[in-house]
Write a protein that binds this ligand. Structure first.
Ligand code: GDP
Ligand code: GDP
Length: 438
C-alpha cells in the first residue's frame, strides 16, 4: 500500500490532521514510562483508494533542544520512505524560518509534495493561505484539521498523487511472514541466511513504496514444498543506510510489515531477554490478530546449562502474561541453527490461523467446559451459554450465544479460550471470542 507522510514543524497541527484523516482515537501504543507516544500510523480510505498515513511528528520531541536537527531527520526519513509528502504549515503564523528550511529540503523530493495550509478555519484565513504558494510547490490546500473544512478537495488531490498500485495477484495460500524486532536483533541476518540457503527464490515482488521488496522462497522438497513470502526484506537490507533515528524508522517498518503479514515472527535477543519494546510489538501483533512466533535469536552467544532453554521459555511466558500461546524457537541467525525451523513453525501457525472447527465438535467442548465450570452469575441472574460456532477464520472468531452476553466476565472468557486451545490447538493464533444474545 502507498505511504503518505505528514511532515512539518511542531504545533502546525500534524497530529490533529492525522487524527482527522484516520478518524482514529489516539491510541497509546507504548506503555514504557516517559515514552508515551501517540499513534503515528494509520490507514485512510477515500473514494475507494486506501493508503497508509504516518505522522512523522513523533520524531520530534516537543521539548527537543535541537529542533532543526530533529526536523531535518524527520524530513530525510520521509524522502526515503514516502510516496506522497504532506507538508503542513500554519495559516495563523505564516511562513516561519523553519518552514522555509523544511521547504528547502523537500524541494529535492522526487515524490509529490502537497502543502497543507492548516488552521484555515474560515474563508478569511483560507485567503491568507495564498502566501504559502511562496514556498514553491505545485499544490497547496487551505484546510482546517479541527473543523474539517477543505479536507475533501485535499483528499482528492492526495489520492490523485498516489502511485499506481502494481498488479499483485491475490495469493491467499502463500503465507506472508514478517521478521520483526529491535534494531540489531538479527532480522536481516536471519532473512539473508534463509535466502541464501533455500535454493529457489522464486521472485522478488516490488511493492508500491520505494524498495519495499518482498522475497519469495520455497521450502521443503517435492510434494511437500511450500512457498512463503518474506515481507519487506529490502527494509531489512536498507536499514544500514538510515543511520539516524533507527528507532522511529524501525517503528515505521514494523507497523507496515505487521499490517501486511499473516504471521509476525518477533525476534528477541537471547542475551538480553524479553524487553519492553519486544512486548509492545507482540501486543500489537496480538491486537491485529496476526499469527505469532517468538524467536530467541543469538542463542549461540548464550551460556547454556541443562535447562537454560526451558528457563528462558518460562521467563518469557511469565513476562508475556496473557500471550502465552505463542511458540518460541531458539535460533542463531549467525550459525543458521534452527533457521529453517523458524519458517516451519511460522507455516504451522499460518495453517492454524486458517483452521475451521466443526460446530458439533466445538459444542462438545464448550458444553463440557460449561458443565465443569458454569459462568458465574451476574446479580443473581444465571448466565447460560446455549451454543457456539466458529463464525470466521483467518483470524478465527468464535461466537457464543447466550442469554446475557454482557454478563460474561473476562476471566470466564479466558477460561473458555483456554479450553478451546486445549481441545483444538491454535498455537500462535490470537482467538476472538464474542458473546451474542440468543
Ligand atoms: P503538531 O505538533 O503539528 O502535531 O500539532 P497538533 O496537532 O498537536 O496541534 C497544535 C495545536 O494547533 C493544537 O492546539 C491544535 O488544537 C491546534 N490546531 C490543529 N489544527 C487546527 C486547525 O485546523 N485550526 C485551529 N484553529 N487550530 C488547530
Ligand atoms: P537487524 O537490525 O535486526 O536486521 O540485525 P542484523 O541482522 O543486522 O544483526 C545485527 C548484528 O547482530 C550483526 O552484527 C549480526 O552479525 C549479529 N547477529 C545477528 N544474528 C546473530 C546470531 O544469531 N548470533 C550472533 N552471535 N550474532 C548475530
Amino acid at each position: 500500500m502507498a505511504l503518505v507522510a505528514i511532515v512539518g514543524r511542531p504545533n502546525v497541527g500534524k497530529s490533529t490532521l492525522f487524527n482527522r484523516l484516520t478518524e482514529e482515537r489516539r491510541a497509546i501504543v507504548d506503555d514504557q514510562p516517559g515514552v508515551t507516544r501517540d499513534r503515528l500510523f494509520g490507514t485512510v480510505e477515500w473514494t475507494g483508494r486506501t493508503f497508509d498515513l504516518v505522522d512523522t511528528g513523533g520524531l520530534v520531541p516537543r521539548s527537543a533542544e535541537r529542533f532543526d536537527a530533529a526536523i531535518r531527520e524527520q524530513v530525510m526519513l520521509t524522502l526515503e520512505e514516502a510516496d506522497v509528502i504532506l507538508f503542513v504549515v500554519d495559516t495563523l503564523t505564516g511562513i516561519s524560518d523553519l518552514d522555509a528550511e523544511v521547504a528547502g529540503l523537500l524541494r529535492r523530493a522526487k515524490q509529490p509534495v502537497i502543502v497543507v495550509a492548516n488552521k484555515a478555519d474560515n474563508t478569511a484565513r483560507a485567503l491568507d493561505a495564498s502566501e504559502f504558494w511562496g514556498l514553491g510547490f505545485e499544490q497547496m490546500f487551505p484546510l482546517s484539521a479541527v473543523n474539517g473544512t477543505g479536507t475533501g478537495d485535499f483528499l482528492d488531490a492526495v489520492v490523485a498523487a498516489l502511485p499506481e498500485e502494481p498488479e499483485r495477484e491475490e495469493e491467499p495460500d502463500v503465507p506472508r511472514i514478517a521478521f520483526l524486532g529491535r534494531p540489531n536483533v538479527g532480522k536481516s541476518s536471519l532473512a539473508n541466511k534463509l535466502l541464501g540457503r533455500t535454493r529457489s527464490i522464486v521472485t522478488e515482488v516490488a511493492g508500491t513504496t520505494r524498495d519495499a521488496v518482498d522475497a519469495r522462497l520455497r521450502i521443503g522438497e517435492g510434494e511437500d514444498a511450500r512457498e512463503v513470502v518474506l515481507v519487506d526484506t529490502a527494509g531489512l537490507r536498507k536499514k544500514a543506510r538510515v543511520r539516524e533515528n533507527v528507532e522511529f524508522y524501525s517503528t515505521l517498518r514494523t507497523e507496515r510489515a505487521l499490517q501486511s503479514c499473516d504471521v509476525a515472527v518477533v525476534l528477541i535477543d537471547g542475551e538480553r531477554g524479553l524487553e519492553s519494546q519486544d512486548a509492545r510489538v507482540l501486543r500489537e501483533a496480538e491486537a491485529m490478530k496476526k499469527g505469532m512466533v517468538i524467536v530467541v535469536n543469538k542463542w549461540d552467544l548464550v551460556e547454556k546449562e541443562t535447562n537454560t532453554a526451558r528457563d528462558v521459555d518460562r521467563m518469557i511466558r511469565e513476562k508475556m502474561g496473557l500471550i502465552d500461546f505463542v511458540p518460541i524457537v531458539f535460533a542463531s541467525a549467525l550459525t543458521g541453527q534452527r533457521a529453517e525451523k523458524v519458517l516451519e513453525v511460522a507455516l504451522k501457525v499460518f495453517d492454524e490461523r486458517r483452521k475451521r472447527v466443526q460446530t458439533a465438535k466445538l459444542n462438545e467442548v464448550v458444553e463440557a467446559a460449561v458443565r465443569r465450570q458454569p459462568p458465574p452469575s451476574l446479580n443473581g441472574q444465571y448466565i447460560k451459554i446455549k451454543y457456539a460456532s466458529q463464525v470466521r477464520d483467518e483470524p478465527p472468531v468464535f461466537a457464543f450465544f447466550c442469554n446475557q452476553p454482557q454478563g460474561v466476565k473476562e476471566s470466564y472468557r479466558r477460561y473458555l479460550e483456554n479450553r478451546l486451545r486445549e481441545a483444538f490447538g491454535f498455537e500462535g493464533v490470537p482467538l476472538t471470542l464474542s458473546f451474542k444474545r440468543k
